[in-house]
Design a protein around this ligand. Structure first.
Ligand code: PBG
Length: 328
């Protein structure tokens, strides 16, 4: 090409009108891509707003049922439930997590009774919501998270959540061997049809901050001995191989936005569905900047979700699921 002549190629031609841009779009969001994470708190009748997540609440059982129905009507694919027990029910072993009448189990039954199979009902399988120290597992005599003792607790959790009627369990504690133990526990108790969405690449992230308020966690210390270091890529591929080997039906990368490279690598190397979790801090950042008038909220939301899908996610957990699904 000679300088000064007309450009030989004009990519701008395909951007000229909204109809043209829509036609050539390579990535489209669909309501069925979206999964709504929802918090349900024991012992409340009115929902409690979460300060650091404007627009998100701790549900009562009643408002949780309504939220589930709204998600169905909007075409959302699933709901991921987190239980928030009463403070005095938290203990070192996270007993409320394996109580058949614990808040999460009650919530699973309530949502299934309300919407049947119209949403995929998923549950967080982790102890941090139920332990008084806030860790995702039980502690040994020296105060360290005891991997294998925690696995026994996860096996019990898997059974009670499945007994309550969950379709998918989401082990999120990053203990070694957790997927295999959960699979065995489900199979041994007649729950061979309950699927496992493995939190495969779960990083130790500052962006979980608002979630701690959402579940009323008083974490002592941090999770760096079990969640992954943000610096690492190969470590995720190793976790991926292990989770698939142990029987994961679906795998997840979390957080989403700061880890799109991980998501892309995982998506290109597996033949199971891949999820990404747009976490509490990712939500809070957009809401806070929009509230200040610094960014266009709706465009920013769609841009983050489109980016996550473009990177390879088949499913996206996002606190905006119902709102976005309605607008699509
Ligand atoms: C663990 C769990 C966490 C989140 C989902 N499952 C907290 C953590 O690992 O510290 C965070 C989700 C979010 O921040 O939106 N039970």
């Amino acid at each position: 090409m000679t300088y000064g002549s007309f450009p030989g190629a004009r990519p701008r031609r395909l951007r000229t009108t909204p109809a043209m841009r829509r036609m050539v779009a390579e990535t489209r969001l669909h309501p069925a891509d979206l999964i709504l994470p929802a918090f349900v708190r024991e012992g409340i009748t009115e929902p409690v707003p979460i300060q650091a997540m404007p627009g998100v609440v701790q549900h009562s059982l009643d408002t949780l049922r309504k939220a589930a129905v709204e998600a169905v009507e909007a075409g959302v694919a699933g709901i991921m439930l987190f239980g928030v027990p009463e403070d005095e029910k938290k203990d070192a072993a996270g007993t409320a997590g394996t109580d058949p009448d614990g808040i999460l189990q009650v919530a699973i039954r309530a949502v299934r009774a309300e919407i049947g199979d119209d949403l995929v009902v998923m549950s967080d399988l982790c102890l941090d919501e139920y332990t008084d120290h806030g860790h995702c597992g039980v502690l040994d005599a020296d105060g360290r998270v005891d991997n294998d003792a925690t696995l026994e607790r996860y096996a019990e959790m898997a059974q009670v959540q499945a007994d309550a009627g969950v379709h998918v369990v989401g082990p999120s504690g990053m203990m070694d061997g957790q997927v295999g133990v959960v699979r065995d526990a489900l199979d041994q108790t007649g729950h061979e049809d309950v699927s496992i969405l493995a939190y495969t690449a779960k990083y130790s992230s500052a962006f979980y901050g608002p979630f701690r308020e959402a579940v009323g966690s008083s974490l002592q210390g941090d999770r760096k001995t079990y969640q992954q270091d943000p610096a690492n890529v190969r470590e995720s591929l190793r976790e991926l191989a292990l989770d698939l080997d142990e029987g994961a039906d679906m795998v997840m990368v979390k957080p989403a936005g700061p880890y799109l490279d991980i998501l892309a690598k995982v998506a290109e190397s597996v033949d199971v569905p891949v999820a990404a979790y747009q976490i509490s801090g990712e939500y809070a950042m957009v809401e806070a900047a929009a509230e200040k008038g610094w960014i266009d909220r709706d465009r920013a939301i769609l841009e983050t979700l489109t980016g996550i899908k473009r990177a390879g996610a088949n499913m996206i957990l996002t606190y905006w699921a119902t709102e976005v699904a309605r607008g699509l």
